[in-house]
Design a protein around this ligand. Sequence first.
Ligand SMILES: CCCCCCCC/C=C\CCCCCCCC(=O)N[C@@H](CC(C)C)C(=O)O
Ligand SMILES: [Zn+2]
Ligand SMILES: [Zn+2]
Length: 515
Amino acid sequence: MAGRLRGAALAGCLGLCGTALALLAVVLLRAYVLRPAPGPRVWGRRPELGFELSARDRRELKEALRGAIKIQTVSFSPDDQNTTALAEFGNYIKKVFPAVFSAKFIQHEIIGEYSHLFTVQGSDPQLTPYMLLAHMDVVPASQEGWVAPPFSAEERGGFIYGRGTMDNKNSAIGILQALEFLLRKDYRLRRSFYIGIGHDEEIYGHKGARKIADLLEARGVKLSFLLDEGSAILDGFIKGIKAPVAVIGITEKGALTVKLSVEKEPGHSSAPPKETSIGILAGALSRLEQNPMPNMFGHGPEIRTLEHLASEFTFPLNLIMTNLWLFSPIVSRILQQMPSTNALIRTTTAITMFNAGIKTNIIPPSAKATVNFRIHPSQKAEEVLEIIKTTIADDRVKIDVQETFDPNPISPWDNQAFGVQIFRRTLLDVFPEVSSVAPGICIANTDSRHFAKLTDAIYLFNPLIIKPDDFLRIHGLNERISVEGYEKQVEFLYQLIQNSDIKKLPEPHANSHEL
Ligand SMILES: CCCCCCCC/C=C\CCCCCCCC(=O)N[C@@H](CC(C)C)C(=O)O
Ligand SMILES: [Zn+2]
Ligand SMILES: [Zn+2]
């Protein structure tokens, strides 16, 4: 009897081991043998390309950005902007970029009073134009907590400190700087392009970018691609990836901002009701925070980001990322642990404003709060609103939608996508240390969504190497950019404009480096 039991146990154990071995074999086979062949290789590395800056150029480039940071172009709320500063910014760029403003083939227009549209006419009208987008307005900055005042543009330890150094005067000034340098070298552009500099991106872009887009649409413009802020070369964001990787946004999340309010009879605090307006609203807010929106990992482009980066991961993570069909439940659990990666896999919930109460001994007549949701690419605003209502489940809480839009459509990412190939080419030229370029999601919002009718190829990427600590500075304290990083950004744009001048993408060839 005991022998038979031992035999059965042994057989069971063998069966189990066999299953485990078979599973391992399938994993290894898929990972190393059945791995999809890499796409055609398009670009080869090129020797030094000649973006050489004299000491004077360097000083000029740095001072141009510092001067722009000092102009307090703050967007406080949709009807409160520092319009004096916005106008000053317009005068400033005219002064700092004389070649751009005097070139015969560049048309400059002011749109919506303070935004700027440049039409740079290339010599070959057959080539479809592209667009570079940026914004000049910034979010407010507290005076406390900064190592240097937020509008001082002080230089410390190789960094320029100030609101707008990463979001997004670096792009607005960087694009014009790159063009100024090219014009001074008498570079004659072949492909036309547009530069848009919005003045109200931080308050939804209705008067700036939206109007620029409407004007271009009325002129019948179609774009081969559009590049805006929204992602970067990420260093240290993803556990298990050592080298910096360029993640280019191919979509951005949607947004839904709701105002919640509770009204209750005021009265004497000595005989309070069971719940005050503050207590009711606080309960609703707590339910929203305690019940995050569903984890959507695998339903949007986040999975493509990991697949593209799979070979960058150290063992055994590389194996896991190559086999997301098997490991995605574990991966999605890991991603939700950090705020920046959690934002990739779900609609996020952020309680951003709370106002209530009059005096210590008055029952508060009303309580108000604002909650800002960023919608995952696989969901729609309507669906999110339904979840909010079910989660709050209290009719005393009034829900008013303030601003909402669905996620952007997904832009093309393949060997025929002109913009993507130009970004790869330019990254290879300017950031040789970046070994991978992957499609990703912009977790915030940009002005680019207003241009959806002009092109299906909208990309979100700032050519800056950023670490998790830098990300916290955007809209936070001590926003800064390194002088070296800014020079590289200008070099990237300088090279991008030239690389975009090619008529058509080269045929794939075998012996070149692939990003
Ligand atoms: C795969 C890995 C991790 C992902 C981590 C994400 C890291 C992203 C890096 C840089 C992103 C910078 C994005 C900055 C764009 C901010 C633009 C902005 O503030 N827009 C406003 C617009 C709104 C409509 C008012 C916003 O609040 O989103
Ligand atoms: Zn921005
Ligand atoms: Zn911003």
